[in-house]
Design a binder for this molecule. Structure first.
Ligand code: PEP
Length: 270
């Protein structure tokens, strides 16, 4: 695996075999924001991202603000994503938001299986796999979150947990579906805690995930982007993103601060 030089500048590409993986950074705003707070954030963020190239950037605001962010980000390189979706198509599902609706609102991505959905809302592997399939069917790129709790890590169960979460999706949608998806390794103990996995700890799990995918399809394994999430900051992003199997980040808290999110994107574009 080598970093490649494009146009005389080192870009955020990593080459494995024949594949080039473009780095991906997504901001998960979670249940934060208001019309005016979002305006303030976007007015600072969009200009700060303007000179960043050679990577993919997305922001995932709460559903009610998707249209606002879409308008503000029009013509920029910032793509739009949902934070979750309903597993069903349009119909009598009160409170649900379908993949078709997210597409209609201009989303290209949707997060599925975030640990907050798994733990606080009781979403299991089978439901996450259904949501992943629904996203794909509508032409959205699912960002599939996997990751272990602290207790699972301490009992040596990390690889098994991540494999179980990933296999549920592979069994439902098939390995080729990963070509249209992003995997986010997010150790639950690192989310919103200020504790970050070391680059080596994260790399070990990312390599394990890629190895697991390779057992089904080596080409897909080389192509799929595996991003890291868990207290990524502008100060630790470059080290994390410099690891061979870390293809960017899913960012929570730091995505709400324009300079911090721009700094993380800049680290990925190097
Ligand atoms: C997340 O919620 O996906 C996340 C990574 O949060 P934070 O960056 O705040 O740890």
């Amino acid at each position: 695996m080598t970093r490649v030089v494009a146009d005389g500048k080192i870009r955020g590409f990593i080459q494995v075999g024949q594949e080039m993986r473009v780095k991906f950074v997504a901001g998960n705003w979670k249940m934060n924001g208001s019309l005016s707070a979002n305006d303030t954030l976007l007015q600072a963020l969009l200009p700060a991202l303007r000179d960043i190239s050679g990577m993919d950037i997305a922001v995932c605001p709460p559903y009610p603000y998707l249209a606002q962010v879409r308008r503000a980000a029009e013509g920029s390189q910032v793509a739009l994503g949902g934070q979750d979706l309903c597993q069903y198509g349009n119909g009598a599902y009160t409170g649900g938001v379908s993949a078709e609706m997210l597409r209609d609102l201009g989303c290209g991505y949707v997060i599925v299986g975030h640990s907050e959905r798994r733990t606080l809302f009781g979403e299991g592997d089978a439901l996450v796999a259904e949501k992943f399939a629904a996203a794909l069917k509508a032409g959205l790129k699912p960002v599939l979150c996997v990751g272990e709790t602290l207790a699972e890590r301490e009992s040596g169960a990390t690889d098994g947990v991540v494999a179980r979460q990933l296999n549920a999706v592979l069994q439902r949608s098939g390995v080729a579906a990963l070509r249209e998806a992003v995997i986010a390794y997010e150790p639950v103990w690192a989310i919103g805690t200020g504790k970050t996995a070391t680059p080596e700890e994260a790399q070990a799990v990312h390599a394990g995930i890629r190895g697991l995918v390779a057992k089904s399809d080596t080409a897909v394994a080389a192509a799929v982007r595996i991003v890291y999430g868990g207290s990524v900051k502008a100060s630790n992003a470059a080290q994390l993103f410099g690891m061979p199997d870390i293809d960017g980040g899913l960012i929570g808290g730091a995505a709400l601060v324009a300079d911090d999110f721009a700094g993380i994107c800049r680290a990925a574009s190097r």
